[in-house]
Ligand binder design. Structure first.
Ligand code: ATP
Length: 214
């Protein structure tokens, strides 16, 4: 069965940690990956940069390649960005079971997501792990469900009839959007952490400075 990945985030800003890991998952599983920009994430602080800036930066970052696709369906929807609505919209558009790609930190908190049990029945999960990384503690009900669904590799994921989970090892890149915003706020340049075009965009629009909360 053909697979399609959903890699959601506030991308505030998009950085090489997001891009490298998304690319590795896309290549390893051999599937297109949609980088879905969250407008108003329900589970965390609201983004610093406005959605139009984050969308522009995402597009700049993804220029010139075929595997990763900028996806604005959450921007086009009114109200809060719930993943279950995004997943339903993918299934409607493309058919099949989408693969929800998450970092381990995000996977640990899945049981706080809106209608999480239903969500997990409608997706395959791809949890990105890092070499030498440790399993983070999860609540027992979520932990049991994840263990039951785990498969050994991308081939099994592709063949799975029901929702499955595969842990995909990706490179560890200690880059974080929070640290990038802090560097910009303090007047230093986060070189080699975001694509050059994104850094130019941030400078041109004076994003993430104290006076530019948009
Ligand atoms: P912030 O610092 O603003 O919280 P973030 O990058 O963690 O930024 P998002 O943009 O919402 O927040 O992240 C989207 C996804 O990217 C999440 O699943 C997160 O686990 C993953 N991610 C973020 N940084 C990295 C990284 N350096 N390596 C791998 N995955 C990452």
């Amino acid at each position: 069965m053909s697979l399609r990945g959903i890699y959601g985030g506030t991308f505030d800003p998009i950085h090489l940690g997001h891009l490298r890991t998304a690319w590795e998952v896309a290549v390893t599983i051999d599937m297109p990956v949609h980088m879905v920009l969250a407008r108003t994430p329900p589970h965390r602080d609201q983004p610093s940069a406005g959605p139009e800036h984050r969308w522009a930066m995402l597009n700049l970052a993804l220029e010139g390649q075929q595997r990763l696709h900028p996806d604005d369906r959450e921007l086009r929807r009114q109200g809060r960005s719930y993943m279950i609505d995004t997943v339903d919209s993918f299934s409607e558009q493309y058919g099949g079971v989408p693969c929800l790609i998450l970092g381990q930190d995000a996977a640990t908190g899945l049981d706080r997501w809106h209608r999480w049990r239903e969500l997990l029945d409608r997706v395959h999960l791809v949890i990105m792990t890092r070499p030498g990384g440790h399993d983070l503690p999860v609540a027992p009900e979520l932990g049991d469900l994840l263990n039951e669904r785990e498969v050994a590799g991308p081939a099994q994921l592709r063949r799975s009839e029901g929702p499955a989970l595969w842990r995909c090892q990706v490179s560890a890149l200690e880059i974080s959007a929070t640290a990038i915003r802090l560097q910009l706020l303090q007047g230093s340049l986060p070189r080699y952490q975001v694509p050059g075009k994104v850094l130019n965009y941030i400078r041109k629009h004076a994003l993430y400075r104290a006076e530019s909360r948009i």
